[in-house]
Structures are given as structure tokens and as C-alpha cells.
Design a protein. Structure first.
Length: 678
């Protein structure tokens, strides 16, 4: 296209095109050309610049990483101080903030303030100075008055434009924002560090700070940093809109990234709703946030309010509960799970973290204990993010007391006393007691009764433990022999609940084969694998008799799962247990194995989101699965198609970003009509 342009014109054209693509890729997250095409354009520009060095300019996309390592950073003083944020820790603090704002503005009792809401990114605050649309300087916030010149480093961050888009920007524009690392970028960076035998970073914030502090911009360039704008500082030679949200949208229009969650709401109740909504979304966001920033949206109101000491009166950060806290490791105990896995569990001095009081945390396995080098008596950082089980993430070595005791894997199962075995190639240690171990027995029964298996209402964990402890149940099939009088005699039971329980147990006899197979608790055989097995083999006999080779023909079954299934059905006590269940009256309708030809969607992954009005989600799921498709709960690169009904939200948005085909319910019905055997 550019064959016969003069070099200076071709260079200009290439820069404009590359700038656009860069923007689409890093800011909008919507690439429009393949990476290879981008690389070709970039190489062509580089070639032209090498041949015509007089054409090189600082805002050329080729000039992101440049210069020799610095000796040190130069101090700069901010022409306008970068203010700090006051914190609120609860709704009372927020109510008081809103009251102060309204009082100062002399507003009536019923008047509502409009607030701009943004997630508070956990990163490093910076200032970017654009002169005539060209990035001139980048600086850290520092103490708000004095920061450090990190121009060479900020230039390497792809979401920071070297030149603003458009031409309607003020001639001098200071953009303020947060530089951060996404969770995914952080994981990858640490993975790389681990592989290179280097020390891992403790969290994305530290990794971002460390990356910005590099004197050699070539190192910073390799770090997955991003920048999101949150306000402006000095503005000269141009006008900006009269409210915060519109200012940020304008910055976005000039090519800067802003937070897509930003919203304007009226009145404190809506602020609290926004806070709640984002708190629920916190873990699924691609970056870490530690609260929500609320700002009076109207600039003239901001001006009236002014600031005290170093924080504006018109803004506040409503913090989320901390997800990491420091506490003492009181002891390490070993728990035995359904498959015999012996898991070290940390007993902690109770600590409030992630919104709840935590006194136990998993240590996963002995490899993890060794990796953390954790000892009883240590001070540890405990993390609880969302509904995930609390974890010990690190030991504070400086605080290790004298006589801290090493954690040793017991030689014998703490429950049944059988040998504990540890395979060379496996992280988990296992109790060799099998179903003679009370712990494994209890877990096996809990699993059999669980919702996705036989779904026995009223048979909770505590009850199973009591029934095993007082000898009413030895093996799963004994469930079907329970006697009313003995059950009713249990603690907190009584006549009525015993009757209900026995009825629920009786009702569970009528089941379907996939639930039954899942309920057996074969290692690595989840709900989906159980379904695949039934779809492939049709009968329990066929699954029982299949060898490893045949098992591996089943979609989703690899060599390890095949091994576990085969081993399970070779063990006499397992076969006895299955036979006992059948003898007790557990039954299911026979299914016909389906030919691969009847499974046109084999290997395809579908995601259902929003309301499916005529089908309903569970029917849609069943029918898609019957055609061989996998139905997953989340959208990823591996998703082949998203079915979106009314009310679809983030999953639909993600599908669009990833350019995954989306159909509606009508589309799904047409597909089913097409593929289902008539
Ligand atoms: O996301 C953030 N970390 C963030 C920080 C944000 N979204 N908005 C902010 N707004 C301000 C004011 C109100 C002073 C313009 C901030 C910060 N300040 C801030 N970051 C570090 C210190 C202050």
C-alpha cells in the first residue's frame, strides 16, 4: 500500500497505523489485525528509520525502549501537588463523608450528590506530562510534592500513548493514574522468575513498584505493566469537561486507558450498592483492587469543597477488608480426605481477614510446607480472597522465634494408624488404610450423599460422622439399612427428622448412572467425567470391565484418570461395595451407548449465560451434552460458542472481547433442531 510513498510520508503513515493498532490492542483490548501483521508494519518502520535516521522522533512506536541504564533517578517536584485519599472502613464512615460534603455545599436534607465511582487499583500512582500531545515526562507520586523522574520506564508501558490520539487536547496536559500489574501478568512473571531460579515477587503491587524502580528501561520493558488514568493535574491551553467522569472519558478518547467499571451514581445508598457489587466481583477482576474511590463528580462542587492538609474533601476511598493478615502458626495437624490424602492444616491464632475470622488454613501438601519453609511458632501471612479457602502465603522470617518446630509428616495415619505412603511423583501423602480408615469412610459416605451425587437431603457431614462413630454405618450400603429407632436416638434428631432422613435415603435408590458413578468417589472422576463414561459405555458393567486402553478412548479421559478407574474396579472391596449398593436396591434406567456419529458437538465447549426463556438452562445443558458438547461455567479462549439470553453480563462481554461466536436462544433451538436425531 505504501510502495511508492516518499520515506517521510510512509514513516508518518506507518506510525499512525501502528499507534491505532497499539491503542486497540493495549487500551481497548480489541485487536483488529493479527500480531504477525503488526510485526511486519513495525519492522518496516524500523527499517525506514534505520535508513533515514533523521526521520526518528521521540513519539515513534519504535522508541519505547531506549537509552542506557540510568545512574539514579532525578527528583522532580510536582507543579500541582498530588493529593492523597482519606479512607473509609465501613458504612458509617461513608455516611459521615456524605454528610460533610452536603453540609459544606449547603444542600438540603433531600438533595443527592452525584459521585463518580472507580475501583481503587492496587498499584503505584504516577503523573504523565503531555506537551502538544507528546509524552514529555513520567514521574512517581512520591510524597505528593516530590517524586522521581521515571520517563524512560513509563515509555516502555504499551498502554501509555507516546502521542495522544486526535488533536483537540490542551497544549499542556498532566494525566494522573495508577501503574499496576494484572493478576495474570504477575503470575507469568513469577513463573518466569521461578524457572530462572530467581526470587518471586510477593504480590502484583510489589512487582509493579519493583519494575518501575529499575534503572535499566530494558528490564522494565519486559514487565507486564499497565496504566489506568484516574484524574488530571496541570492543564493549560485547552478546556476539559466540567465533571470527573467526562474528563476521564475524554482522556480515554485521547488514547489513555480508564477503568471500564467507572460509573456515576446519585446519593450514598447507590454508592454503597456499587461498593457491594464490586466487592462481589473483586476476585473475578483481572487486577487487584483494595477498595472503591468515590469522588464528587461535579468540578465546581469539588472546587467549593477544596482540601484539608493533603487530601481533597470531595473524595474518599472505601476500603475492602484486607485479604492478607499476619498471625501466628500455633500448630500443624494432618487431615485425611476421601482418597486418603493426608493434608497438613495450619492451626492459627484467630485473625480477621477477608471479612471473616480465620483460625485454620490449608498447607496443601508437604511440598508446599517445604517450599514455604514453615515451622510451628512462625509468624505467617494468611490470605483469604473471596470464598476461597484461606491459605498461608508466606513466612515472615524476621519474626521466626527461637525453637520454631519443623513440620514432620507422620508415619502413621492420625485416624486409623495405617502406614502413610508418599509416592515419588506425587505431592500428596496417603493413608494406606483405604475404607478401613474411619476418615476415608466418612468422606466417602459424605461424597456419596452429596448434592451432585445421590443428593440425600438431611444427611450432612456431622450426621455422617456420628453414624460412623457409633457404628451404625460401616460401608456406604449400610445407609440403606439404617433403623428408624437408632437414628431417632441420635443427638438433635428426633422422630420427624429421622423419618425424613430415611425417606430421603430411600428416594436416593432411584437414580441415574452418572450420579451413581460420580458418587463412588473414584479419584479424578468428577461429574463431567462420570457423564462421559456413561455416554460412551452405556452400562456400569461396560465401565467395570473396560481396560485402561479402552477407557482412554472416552472424551476427557487421559491415562491418569483411566488408571484410577481401572484400579478402582480391580479392588475387591470396591466391587463388594458397588454390589452391596445394587443389592440394597439402588437402580437406574439403562442407557444406550451413543455412537460418536450421534455426537456432532464432541470436543466443543459451550457457555450458557442470561435467561433462556423457553428451554431453561438445565435443559439446554442436557441437550447440548447429549450431542457431545461440554457445557462450562466460564468463558475462556477454549470456548467455542456462547449462548446468551436476556440479562447476559460479563460472560457475554468477555466472549465479545475474545471474539467467540455468540448465539441467542433462537439460534440454539435451531442448532438443536438441526443436530438432534428426530
Ligand atoms: O485507583 C486508584 N488507586 C486511585 C487513586 C483512583 N482511582 N483515584 C484516585 N484519585 C485521587 C484523587 C482524588 C486525589 C485525584 C487515586 C488517588 N488520588 C491516589 N492514589 C494514590 C494517592 C492518591
Amino acid at each position: 500500500m505504501t510502495e511508492n510513498l516518499a520515506p517521510q510520508h510512509e514513516v508518518q503513515k506507518l506510525r499512525a497505523v501502528l499507534q491505532q493498532h497499539n491503542h486497540r490492542y493495549y487500551v481497548l483490548d480489541e485487536p483488529s489485525i493479527p500480531d504477525a501483521e503488526y510485526d511486519r508494519l513495525f519492522q518496516r518502520l524500523k527499517q525506514l528509520e534505520t535508513q533515514n535516521p533523521e526521520l526518528i522522533t521521540a513519539d515513534s512506536p519504535t522508541q519505547r525502549v531506549g537509552g542506557e541504564p540510568l545512574q539514579g533517578f532525578t527528583q522532580i517536584s510536582h507543579q500541582m501537588p498530588m493529593l492523597s485519599l482519606d479512607n473509609a472502613f465501613n458504612e458509617t464512615d461513608m455516611g459521615e463523608f456524605d454528610r460533610r460534603v452536603r453540609d459544606r455545599l449547603g444542600l438540603s436534607e433531600t438533595a443527592e450528590i452525584e459521585y463518580a465511582c472507580e475501583p481503587k487499583l492496587d498499584g503505584i500512582a504516577v503523573s504523565l506530562l503531555y506537551r502538544d500531545g507528546v509524552l514529555e515526562r513520567g514521574a512517581t507520586r512520591g510524597d505528593g510534592t516530590t517524586g522521581e523522574d521515571i520517563s524512560l520506564n513509563v515509555r516502555t508501558i504499551p498502554s501509555i500513548p507516546l502521542k495522544l490520539l486526535g488533536d483537540d487536547w490542551p497544549s499542556l496536559l498532566e494525566v494522573r493514574g495508577e501503574i499496576y500489574m494484572t493478576k495474570a501478568g504477575f503470575e507469568q512473571l513469577n513463573q518466569r522468575a521461578l524457572e530462572a531460579d530467581e526470587k518471586a515477587f510477593v504480590n502484583p503491587r510489589n512487582a509493579a513498584a519493583g519494575s518501575l524502580r529499575q534503572l535499566d528501561p530494558r528490564i522494565t520493558a519486559q514487565r507486564p505493566l499497565e496504566m489506568c488514568a484516574y484524574s488530571v493535574g496541570v492543564v493549560d491551553g485547552g478546556e476539559l469537561p466540567g465533571n470527573h467522569v467526562d474528563i476521564l472519558r475524554r482522556l480515554n478518547h485521547w488514547g489513555l486507558k480508564i477503568n471500564p467499571e467507572m460509573a456515576a451514581v446519585s446519593g450514598m445508598p447507590h454508592c454503597l450498592e456499587y461498593y457491594q457489587r464490586l466487592a462481589e466481583k473483586r476476585n473475578s477482576l483481572p487486577y487487584e483492587i483494595d477498595g472503591i474511590v468515590f469522588k464528587v463528580n461535579d468540578l465546581s462542587q469539588q472546587q467549593q469543597l477544596g482540601f484539608v492538609s493533603r487530601a481533597p474533601r470531595w473524595a474518599i476511598a472505601h476500603k475492602f477488608p484486607a485479604q492478607e493478615e499476619l498471625t501466628e502458626l500455633l500448630d500443624v495437624e494432618f487431615q485425611v480426605g476421601r482418597t486418603g490424602a493426608v493434608t497438613p492444616v495450619a492451626r492459627l491464632r484467630p485473625v480477621f481477614v477477608g471479612g471473616v475470622t480465620v483460625s485454620n488454613a490449608t498447607l496443601h501438601n508437604m511440598d508446599e510446607v517445604e517450599r514455604l519453609d514453615v515451622r510451628v511458632g512462625d509468624w505467617v501471612i494468611v490470605r483469604r480472597a473471596g470464598d476461597v479457602i484461606p491459605q498461608v502465603v508466606r513466612v515472615v522470617m524476621d519474626k521466626r522465634p527461637e525453637g520454631a518446630r519443623a513440620v514432620v509428616l507422620p508415619k502413621h495415619c492420625p485416624v486409623c494408624g495405617a502406614q502413610v505412603e508418599r509416592d515419588e511423583d506425587e505431592a500428596a501423602a496417603r493413608c494406606s488404610g483405604g475404607l478401613s480408615c474411619d476418615a476415608q469412610r466418612k468422606e466417602a459416605i459424605k461424597h456419596y450423599a452429596s448434592r451432585k451425587a445421590m443428593d440425600i437431603d438431611g444427611l450432612g457431614d456431622k450426621l455422617v460422622e456420628m453414624l460412623v462413630d457409633n457404628g451404625q454405618i460401616q460401608q456406604i450400603a449400610d445407609l440403606y439399612k439404617l433403623e428408624h429407632a437408632r437414628v431417632a436416638g441420635l443427638e438433635r434428631m428426633g422422630d420427624k427428622s429421622a423419618e425424613n432422613l430415611l425417606q430421603a435415603i430411600e428416594a436416593s435408590k432411584e437414580t441415574v448412572l452418572p450420579r451413581f458413578i460420580y458418587g463412588l468417589g473414584i479419584r479424578e472422576v468428577g461429574e463431567a467425567t462420570a457423564k462421559s463414561l456413561v455416554r460412551f459405555f452405556g452400562t456400569l458393567e461396560a465401565v467395570r470391565e473396560a481396560d485402561e486402553e479402552l477407557l482412554q478412548q472416552v472424551p476427557d479421559v487421559g491415562p491418569i484418570v483411566a488408571r484410577h478407574i481401572s484400579v478402582f474396579f480391580q479392588q475387591p472391596h470396591n466391587l463388594e461395595s458397588v454390589d452391596a449398593l445394587i443389592a440394597a436396591g439402588v437402580r437406574w434406567p439403562e442407557e444406550q451407548p451413543k455412537e460418536a456419529a450421534a455426537q456432532p458437538l464432541l470436543g466443543k465447549t459451550y457457555v450458557l449465560t442470561g435467561t433462556l426463556e423457553s428451554l431453561g438452562r438445565s435443559e439446554a445443558k442436557e441437550r447440548l451434552e447429549a450431542l457431545g458438547a461440554k457445557v462450562s461455567g466460564s468463558v475462556s479462549k477454549k470456548t467455542d460458542c456462547v449462548v446468551a439470553g436476556p440479562g447476559a453480563g460479563s460472560k457475554l462481554a468477555k466472549a465479545q472481547t475474545l471474539e467467540i461466536p455468540v448465539i441467542d436462544e433462537a439460534g440454539l433451538l435451531a442448532l438443536l433442531a438441526d443436530l438432534e436425531p428426530s
